[in-house]
Design a protein around this ligand. Structure first.
Ligand SMILES: *[C@@H]1O[C@H](CO)[C@@H](O)[C@H](O)[C@H]1NC(C)=O
Length: 205
């Protein structure tokens, strides 16, 4: 194909693929299956897949136990039905079970910025900080778009440190419970994290 020309067959294929992708309404089960299959088919000779499951405890209630703080809002955030322009800074506890007093693995820290005019959706810029257990000292960096009303929110793992150096992966985030009386939300994170295979001597430093 010469520069500047557009191949009509290529355009047709691109539009067909695009409309199939955009038009498909995927259920929560479709999303989970697609992610499961993707990671099942990884080349395990070169990559190590680690599956993790954690519970995140967010306390929105004002007081000494608060863990989510609004630090800024735009002048259209109030009238916006989607929290547009609202920025939250967060330091939530991360545990292995849904009970806040179950074994702690670390903290989930960072920033959420609501940045969608049409849906309550936060741009997540977060880190898992391991303070306890086998990954103590390591971190996982998560970036992604979290559309709050959706059952499964898919986030990207874009890096890490220590045992998660060079990490890539996917987080399936969902709501475990949300209590308007206490203003506490508990979220389940099903994490698929892939790191390069570097032998058994790999240790977090
Ligand atoms: C937001 O602020 C800008 C400038 O500060 C102003 O022009 C605009 O009218 C304000 N919008 C609302 C909804 O208050």
């Amino acid at each position: 194909m010469t520069k500047g020309t557009l191949n009509p067959i290529a355009i047709f294929i691109a539009i067909t693929i695009l409309s199939a992708t955009v038009g498909a309404t995927s259920t929560a089960d479709d999303v989970i299956e697609s992610v499961e299959n993707f990671y099942k088919n990884l080349n395990k000779d070169k990559l190590v897949l680690t599956k993790l499951k954690y519970y995140i405890h967010a306390n929105f209630g004002v007081g000494p136990t608060q863990t989510v703080f609004e630090v800024a809002r735009s002048n259209i955030t109030g009238p916006s039905t989607n929290n547009f322009g609202r920025i939250l800074i967060i330091d939530n506890k991360l545990t292995v079970g849904p009970d806040v007093n179950s074994q702690k693995v670390g903290q989930y820290q960072g920033m959420n910025a609501y940045s969608d005019f049409n849906q309550a959706s936060a741009n997540m810029n977060m880190n898992i900080i391991y303070t306890d257990g086998e990954y103590k000292g390591s971190t996982i960096s998560i970036l992604g778009r979290q559309p709050v009303p959706e059952k499964i929110r898919v986030l990207s793992i874009i890096g890490g440190t220590g045992l998660f150096r060079f990490a890539r992966g996917t987080v399936l985030a969902s709501t475990y419970s949300s209590d308007p009386a206490t203003n506490v939300g508990v979220y389940v994170y099903d994490i698929y994290v892939v790191t390069p295979f570097v032998g058994k001597s790999h240790k977090a430093v």
